[in-house]
Design a protein around this ligand. Structure first.
Ligand code: ZN
Length: 95
């Protein structure tokens, strides 16, 4: 048995409805479930017991948001070249 396929299979499988939310990526409404392992899972809204149980990230148009963790961090910030002389050095050569 893997992941539940219908809304009515969620609770028997140990998934508990935790609340409702909205996807930050696409703005769709979601239902938050807690998995048997205590993980939060955003599910597509299931209005009926026979509604398909689909994790939101599988249908989200902005699903790359959910994949961020898997991405290697490629973003590099080039250090700006600094040629600023600290003001305190200006007077040291005197004397
Ligand atoms: Zn979404």
């Amino acid at each position: 048995m893997g992941f539940p396929t219908k809304a009515e299979e969620m609770e028997p499988a140990g998934y508990k409805l935790n609340g409702f939310g909205t996807c930050r990526g696409c703005g769709e409404k979601m239902e938050w479930y807690i998995s048997p392992r205590g993980k939060k899972i955003p599910m597509n809204v299931m209005p009926n017991p026979s509604s398909p149980a689909v994790a939101h990230w599988t249908t989200c148009k902005e699903s790359p948001l959910f994949r961020d963790k898997a991405k290697p961090q490629e973003e590099k910030r080039p250090e700006p070249a600094r040629s600023v002389t600290p003001a305190s050095n200006r007077w040291r050569d005197e004397g």
